[in-house]
Write a protein that binds this ligand. Structure first.
Ligand code: NAP
Ligand code: MG
Length: 498
């Protein structure tokens, strides 16, 4: 057979994983909910049911909080050396590393993301994050303070206590690692509520945590709906809530948390500006704009969803980004196939919301230059979509779409784009593409965002703090900064005067 007609080798597929755990984890025991209720979780590529998962309600949350409180006050956890907590975190990371294909496949099954992304991004970041915080466990120091008079004054960083952790569905396993890492390193105990769409990887990771040797009650998992999350927020014996999700839900949580003045940290939405100057390496910028928006089907809190392009390269940029979006369109497929580059959205609600925004973009006069429709007729697939000639007031330029929909906005100069980039109540991330180093730094300083990437996008590291200005969040995750979320500072003053 001549080379030209050689058949492509059969695409490599990762096998569907077995679902091993669907119950609640409370005090080291896997149990049904008190009500006996369950909820179904689905595979977004086929819409078929994967499993029924125990549904926690208020009573289950209360049992889990009691177990977490017991583990915090009594038993092995409060007595454990910090170094041994670090050892447990490292052991959990090792177990996950040994099972990385299973974890990646479970993410693909429950969330729909391409297994290649789960294998090369989500899971390695999970392992890295746990190891990073394992290293911090015995390095959370206090200070000695030179106070006036004959006193010895020092500070201690003590664990904040029982932590309620509520996470979304876009990076289910990674969000577990971001939340567990600093909480466990500092000696807190946890009641976690995974998102209703994607509870499975969290449950499997909890099984591995038990295998690693975390004592009973240190990690509790209560899958369920928003009411379980709300019960956690309202519970008087929860010391802290860490939440990642929508700004609207965060507002509800802040209200509910007021009654008990809980410590809260929020990682919320965004409408991040990705700013491309004419003096950038345009190939890299186009690739960065594509990746920065379409990665994870556009379901990223930091998605570069407002792509500002300097006027004189705007036309060329649009032509090139259309090409890339269309190539990506060709890579839509079964997420278990290693060649698939885009999977389905997580569920029908998200799919419908995205399609409404695409309609809104068309109606507001933006130009849909590629995509704009559902892909296929089964599963929640959306074509990679690019709108050109978007103006700042259009809904597609102001609202978080959380889907594969790029808005391109031409601009004239640096001052203008800084002002327009900052004109949003969000402030999670931003990026600047230019070869002019001084300009890049000047603009990075002026952008009101928690993360600014220069000539790159979505570069994450366990050591680099991440979080939002303005309505994109409160507090920072990752890095040393996250340790502050999980510790109380105690000042001890000792009279040396006799
Ligand atoms: P969401 O409602 O904010 O959900 C996030 C988590 O909070 C889930 O575990 C959710 O439970 C829980 N929750 C819901 N209501 C609650 C309440 N009253 N008290 C405590 N916890 C509660 O987000 P969503 O509905 O899944 O997605 C909606 C939009 O949020 C998306 O379109 C996107 O714009 C944004 N979002 C942002 C991020 C991010 O990373 N910043 C992630 C996901 C979504 P249920 O699973 O039962 O809803
Ligand atoms: Mg929801």
């Amino acid at each position: 057979m001549p080379a030209a007609v050689k058949k492509k080798p059969a695409a490599q597929k990762v096998a569907r994983p077995k679902v091993r755990q669907t119950k609640l984890l409370i005090g080291g025991e896997w149990c049904d909910s008190v009500s006996g209720q369950t909820f179904a979780t689905h595979h977004p590529a086929t819409e078929e049911k994967i499993a029924d998962v125990a549904r926690a309600n208020e009573e289950d949350v209360d049992r889990a909080v009691k177990a977490a409180r017991r583990a915090f006050e009594e038993g092995d956890w409060p007595k454990m050396d910090a170094r041994d907590r670090g050892r447990l975190l490292n052991k959990l990371a090792d177990i996950i590393e040994a099972n990385q294909e299973e974890l990646a496949a479970l993410e693909t099954l429950d969330n729909g993301k391409p297994v290649k992304d789960a294998l090369t991004a989500d899971v390695p970041l999970v392992i890295d994050c746990l190891r990073y915080y394992a290293g911090w466990a015995d390095k959370v120091h206090g200070q000695t303070i030179p106070v006036r008079g004959e006193y010895f004054c020092y500070t201690r960083r003590e664990p904040v206590g029982v932590c309620g952790q509520i996470i979304p569905w876009n990076f289910p396993a990674l969000m577990v690692a971001w939340k567990w890492g600093p909480a466990l390193a500092t000696g807190c105990t946890i009641v976690m509520k995974p998102a209703e769409q994607t509870p499975l990887s969290c449950l499997r990771m909890a099984e591995w945590a038990i295998e690693a040797g975390f004592p009973p009650g240190v990690i509790n998992v209560v899958p369920g709906y928003g009411d379980a999350g709300a019960a956690l927020v309202k519970h008087p014996d929860v010391d802290k809530i860490a939440f990642t999700g929508s700004t609207e839900t965060a507002q509800l949580i802040m209200r509910d948390a007021a009654a008990t003045l809980k410590r809260i940290t929020f990682e919320l939405g965004g409408k991040s500006p990705n700013i491309i100057f004419a003096d950038s390496d345009l190939d890299a910028a186009v690739a960065g704009a594509e990746f920065g928006l379409f990665f994870n089907q556009g379901q990223c809190c930091c998605a570069g969803s407002r792509v500002f392009v300097e006027q004189n390269v705007h036309e060329e940029f649009v032509a090139r980004v259309i090409e890339r979006a269309q190539a990506r369109r060709a890579g839509i497929g079964d997420p278990f196939d290693m060649e698939t580059v885009q999977g389905p959205q997580v569920d029908k609600d998200q799919f419908d919301k995205i399609m409404r925004y695409i309609d809104s973009g068309r109606q507001s006069g933006a130009k849909c230059v590629t995509g704009g429709s559902r892909a296929g007729d089964k599963g929640f697939f959306v074509e990679p979509t690019v709108f050109d000639q978007v103006t700042d007031d259009m809904e597609i330029a102001t609202d978080e779409i959380f889907g594969p929909v790029m808005s391109v906005l031409p601009f004239r100069d640096a001052d203008e784009v800084i002002e327009r980039g900052n004109k949003t109540f969000y402030g999670l991330a931003a990026a600047v593409w230019t070869r002019d180093v001084a300009k890049a730094h000047r603009i990075a300083n002026k952008l009101r965002a928690g993360t600014v990437w220069v000539n790159c996008y979505d570069v994450f590291d366990a050591g680099a703090p991440f979080g939002g200005f303005k309505m994109s969040g409160i507090g920072r995750e990752l890095g040393e900064a996250a340790l502050a979320n999980y510790t109380e500072l105690k000042t001890v003053t000792v009279n040396l005067g006799g």
